[in-house]
Write a new protein. Structure first.
Length: 192
């Protein structure tokens, strides 16, 4: 359901193209909140990169492993994943931190930034709203959401030692009967 609802996100595709343009052949990429493996892990492995996808949902991990067998997927919370400094070429964080509080999001972005090699890339996408612990409905399911206003989100990534190299803001409507238009912000960052 989630994969179908977001399959037509052109901004997500453009974000992946930006990342592919920065990666050397055979790069190592961490996909945080990898979901079904599509389109992120699938796009990256088809381009010849090594992908580790992590997700807290066993159903998503099982589906991703079937759909993208060339990638590795683990059912785990990324906050508990050992991350060696300077070990990754890129990290993808597409809409996967919205259920963490602001302090947890900031701390995690810092850990992910330190895991990047110098010259590495981090792509971060979220719903840029100034909300903390708000009960919402996402595709018919109750969720508790926390995010940052756009400027504060930029502060989080720059505070982690990253440089915002490109950004895109779009209004996107998921392909789901209960979904309405939502703002999406894509930050394309580098560790210099």
């Amino acid at each position: 359901m989630y994969e179908k609802a977001f399959a037509h996100s052109e901004a997500h595709r453009r974000s992946l193209e930006w990342l592919l343009g920065r990666l050397a052949p055979g790069s190592w990429v961490l996909d945080v909140g990898s979901g079904t493996g599509r389109p992120t892990a699938e796009t990256l492995v088809r381009a010849g990169h090594h992908v580790l996808g992590v997700d807290v949902s066993p159903v998503m991990v099982e589906l991703a492993a079937r759909q993208v067998p060339e990638a590795e997927f683990r059912c785990t919370d990324v906050r508990g994943l050992p991350l060696e400094e300077n070990s990754l070429d890129a990290v993808c964080v597409y809409f996967s931190l919205l259920q963490l509080d602001r302090a947890q999001q900031s701390e995690l972005v810092g850990r992910l930034a330190r895991a990047l090699r110098p010259g590495g890339s981090l792509v971060f996408a979220t719903v840029p709203l100034d909300v903390a612990g708000v009960d919402a409905t996402f595709m018919g399911q109750p969720v508790r959401v926390t995010s940052f206003a756009p400027g504060n989100l930029v502060d989080v990534v720059t505070g982690a030692g990253l440089t915002v190299l490109a950004r895109e803001s779009v209004l996107f409507t998921p392909d789901h009967p209960e979904a309405g238009p939502e703002p999406h912000l894509f930050l394309h960052c580098g560790r210099e």
